[in-house]
Design a protein around this ligand. Structure first.
Ligand code: ADP
Length: 328
């Protein structure tokens, strides 16, 4: 194919139907069914999240969307084009930031960005100009002349993100893009994503298990568990599943004062992480608990407490149940 595929579908960016992928096991062992009948619709111009615990099948799904892995069954269309029949289309329709960067590691930040632009069909001067623009946008000027292999994990990640933006594609697929980044770099990533969506209508598919980030940037979320989509909605819609519940976090100075009856009663119900106890309950009961722990001997033992409305993580726990929850 010498030309970029023409646009074939009005409102949809990505349509997945009945996607199944099983990794073959070692001789004599069962394979792993990593995707078990996935249906998905991503609209143009939205920031869409794939959320789920490790091993849920998110990366397997994304690698099939990017044409890197062939499904056993099912279909994937990007902007109306069949990517299972023509995996080579994918590279023209999307920019993919995977978990690994090894291919570009020997290049400098500037050259990695420029090379990506060249590979995507830009002229030498066009690629150089775009690379310089993206490097400035992401605040990478200070390290532009350094090889990726010599950078910290977070810096390398940001440099790979920069490269992914050069030679613009209508779909950006980002697999855990902010892993290892400091807050400044994270903010640079999210504003670059937001700007492309607002100014150019770019669609973003974001794989994450970081609930806090997901909640603030995503328009819609599919929760993936054991190779299936178990829910798909806006973050607000998912949170409505746990409407009515609140979360009470108690942080004790040292040992929890088990001698206090209200605290003893909580000991069995709370999720306990070191000195932090978390309880999900009704607002009425939370009020009673707060009253009990903010008076008498419990207060003396209390370092901090917070009362919060449901988060996306609470919704996920209600949906998935079996797992320990997602990373914060
Ligand atoms: P996630 O991205 O949600 O963490 P993955 O798609 O990486 O999940 O993995 C889904 C399941 O498939 C896991 O059980 C994982 O161990 C398995 N898996 C992933 N890649 C391979 C592979 N190349 N060979 C065999 N099993 C794999």
């Amino acid at each position: 194919m010498s030309e970029a595929p023409q646009d074939g579908d009005g409102g949809q960016c990505c349509t997945v139907r009945g996607l199944v992928k099983t990794y073959r096991g070692a001789r004599g062992t069962d394979g792993v069914r990593a995707n078990d009948g996935i249906d998905l619709d991503v609209r143009r111009g939205e920031i869409f999240g794939l959320l789920g615990p490790n091993g849920a099948g998110k990366s397997t799904l994304v690698r099939q969307l990017t044409g890197l892995l062939r499904p056993d069954r099912g279909s994937v269309h990007l902007f109306g084009h069949d990517v299972v029949a023509h995996p080579e289309y994918a590279a023209r329709l999307l920019a993919y930031l995977g978990q690994e960067s090894s291919a570009l590691d020997e290049l400098t930040v500037a050259l990695a960005a420029e090379t990506t632009g060249r590979l995507r069909g830009l002229s030498r001067s066009g690629a150089r100009a775009e690379a310089a623009e993206v490097i400035t946008e992401l605040g990478l000027e200070g390290i532009a002349a350094r090889p990726l292999a010599k950078l910290s994990g977070g810096q390398r990640r940001l440099a790979c993100f920069a490269a992914a933006l050069v030679g613009e594609r209508p779909l950006l697929v980002l697999d855990e893009p902010t892993t290892g980044m400091d807050p400044v770099a994270r903010r640079a990533v999210w504003s670059a994503v937001d700007r492309r969506r607002a100014e150019r209508g770019t669609t973003v598919l974001l794989v994450t298990h970081n609930v806090i980030e997901a909640e603030t940037v995503l328009d819609r979320v599919a929760v993936i568990d054991e190779g299936r989509v178990i829910a798909c909605d806006t973050p607000g819609g998912l949170k409505a599943l746990v409407d009515g519940d609140v979360r009470l976090d108690l942080v004790w100075r040292d040992e929890a004062p088990i001698g206090v009856p209200a605290v003893a009663e909580l000991a069995d119900r709370a999720e306990r992480t070191g000195r932090r106890w978390t309880v999900r309950t009704t607002p009425e009961q939370a009020r009673e608990l707060v009253a009990a722990v903010t008076s008498g001997p419990a207060l003396a033992a209390l370092d901090d407490f917070t009362l919060a409305t449901p988060s996306l993580e609470d919704a996920y726990l209600k949906l998935g149940g079996r797992h320990q929850g997602l990373a914060r």
